[in-house]
Design a protein around this ligand. Structure first.
Ligand SMILES: [Fe+2]
Ligand SMILES: [Fe+2]
Length: 302
């Protein structure tokens, strides 16, 4: 979980001759040269660029991932929209405007897409993980796919389309091939998805009274179901730690600081949602030790 530069993902832009639009492709040269896979294997699923096609092929990717018995790594990640660094994304308009709500849905869609890809990636990288863990993880990947569809439908209802804005790969780049299973559970399901609970809580408050009905409903479904994803992380973090004769609280405390530095959080802790998602008070206090409440830090809420 240390430096992520070794992920070896970089992007190139290519002009499509038919319509002149710019398409962003993510190419992993190491994979191209060393690990050719047949078109029937799930590894090719990561390279699918069209978001609708990727969703349609998710069941196949899950079957392949669940049946995998050997570690598979070095993925080609495809996108049909332009990928830019997180800092290069334009400022977000306020949620009172239609455009602001559409931008929110677009950002959420990008997050759900990465969450879906991360779950399938873990299936491929940890074939030795407990069978129940892998089965539940496949269900989470399917749930992320449903969240993605919800976002795209609500975006469409506002008159906007996927690709209207650029996207980032901030979540995908937070994990690395050197992660242990315990790292991966902590990073993806407890830290990234846990931070999603905090953000969801804030978004729902900000949408109150100003949001389009379809937007509010989509966000509410996602926020509610994400509690289960984070709970999955909390339960399996403890199970895996104990199976390795490690103390879960100590492991959380020792690992969380590095993750916080890698992907800084912005929102106030949604303590109630996190309690439901299996966080102990000690763990939440530890998170706040790295990220004191915004007011104390003198920052403005985005
Ligand atoms: Fe989700
Ligand atoms: Fe999730």
């Amino acid at each position: 979980m240390s430096g992520r530069l070794d992920v070896q993902i970089f992007s190139v832009c290519a002009k499509l001759p038919q319509n002149g639009t710019t398409e962003e492709m993510i190419i992993n040269k190491a994979h191209e040269t060393k690990m050719p896979y047949s078109s029937t294997e799930s590894i090719d699923w990561f390279a699918i660029q069209d978001i609708g096609e990727k969703l349609r092929h998710l069941p196949h990717a899950l079957t392949e991932g669940l049946n995998r018995t050997q570690v598979t790594r070095d993925f080609v990640l495809g996108r049909d929209v332009r990928v830019v660094p997180t800092a290069a994304l334009p400022a977000k308009p306020g949620l009172a405007s239609r455009e602001g709500q559409a931008r929110l849905l677009h950002d959420l869609a990008s997050i759900e897409l990465q969450a879906m890809e991360l779950a399938v990636r873990t299936l491929n990288e940890f074939p030795e993980a407990p069978r129940d863990f892998r089965q539940e993880l496949a269900e989470i990947a399917a749930s992320e796919g449903e969240h993605l569809k919800l976002c795209l439908r609500a975006l469409d209802s506002l008159g906007f389309r996927w690709g209207h804005w650029d996207v980032h790969l901030g979540l995908w780049n937070t994990v690395g091939r050197e992660d242990t299973l315990l790292d991966r559970i902590l990073i993806v399901h407890r830290y990234l998805e846990g931070s999603g609970l905090d953000a969801g809580d804030s978004i729902l408050r900000r949408l109150t009274g100003v949001g389009d009905k379809a937007v509010g409903e989509a966000v509410k479904v996602i926020v509610t179901e994400e509690v289960g994803h984070v709970l999955f992380g909390s339960v399996w973090f403890r199970r895996v730690a104990e199976a390795e004769r490690l103390d879960p609280e100590k492991e959380f405390r020792e690992r969380i600081g590095a993750i916080c530095r890698l992907a800084p959080r912005r929102e106030r802790l949604a303590r109630e949602a996190r309690r439901l998602a299996g966080f102990t008070e000690t763990e939440m206090d530890e998170l706040e030790r790295h990220f004191p409440p915004l007011k104390a830090r003198g920052e403005k809420r985005p």
